[in-house]
Design a protein around this ligand. Structure first.
Ligand code: FES
Ligand code: FES
Length: 179
């Protein structure tokens, strides 16, 4: 077991991990952050996408120890607990969510994309979201939502919201009591 420290959605987290533990398992099974989904498990579909230091990664193939000292953002931390991020609002307004399984990864991928392309054209969004698969929507509404979210954020003078600060927490390793 190895102790790692990281920021997860603005909270300082200490946790003991197994060397082979995946970030997706750590987030879902031990930190209770189930927004990131497991689907293909081989870094193809994007359903497990989270942000590591602001960049999208496939948590299904990202070892938890690689997150040591890094900042992790999941869909649960995109904005405050009682409000939706403008990207999430745009997805709802444009009907870009159907079953919702791809949506957390799609939104986090779009979030990182908009940080680099604040007011994108639809074709740019299409390129930017490549590698994040949706079985339901046909993508048109997703692309419309991301274009609209870029305009909304630009109108607010925002390219990326800060992670909300909160209280440090410590988590014990598997089979241990919380300390
Ligand atoms: S579950 Fe990770 S990319 Fe598909
Ligand atoms: S909304 Fe169902 S997979 Fe995308």
């Amino acid at each position: 077991m190895r102790l790692i420290r990281m920021q997860v959605n603005g909270r300082a987290v200490e946790v003991r991990i197994e060397p082979q533990e995946l970030l997706l398992d750590l987030l879902r099974d031990r930190l209770g952050l189930t927004g990131a989904k497991r689907s293909c498990d081989v870094q193809v579909c994007g359903a497990c996408t989270v942000l590591v230091d602001g960049l999208p990664v496939s948590a299904c193939t990202y070892l938890a120890y690689e997150a040591n000292g890094r900042t992790i953002t999941t869909i649960e931390g995109l904005d405050g607990p009682d409000r939706l991020h403008p990207l999430q609002e745009a997805f709802l307004d444009h009907g870009a969510v159907q079953c919702g399984f791809c949506t957390p990864g799609m939104i986090l991928t779009a979030y990182a994309f908009l940080a680099e392309h604040p007011v994108p054209e639809p074709d740019e969004v299409r390129q930017g979201l490549q590698g994040t698969l949706c079985r339901c929507t046909g993508y048109r509404r997703i692309i419309e939502a991301v274009v609209d979210a870029g305009r909304r954020l630009a109108g607010m003078g925002v390219t990326a919201p800060a992670s909300p600060p909160s209280t440090p927490v410590a988590l014990a390793g598997r089979g241990e009591s919380p300390s």
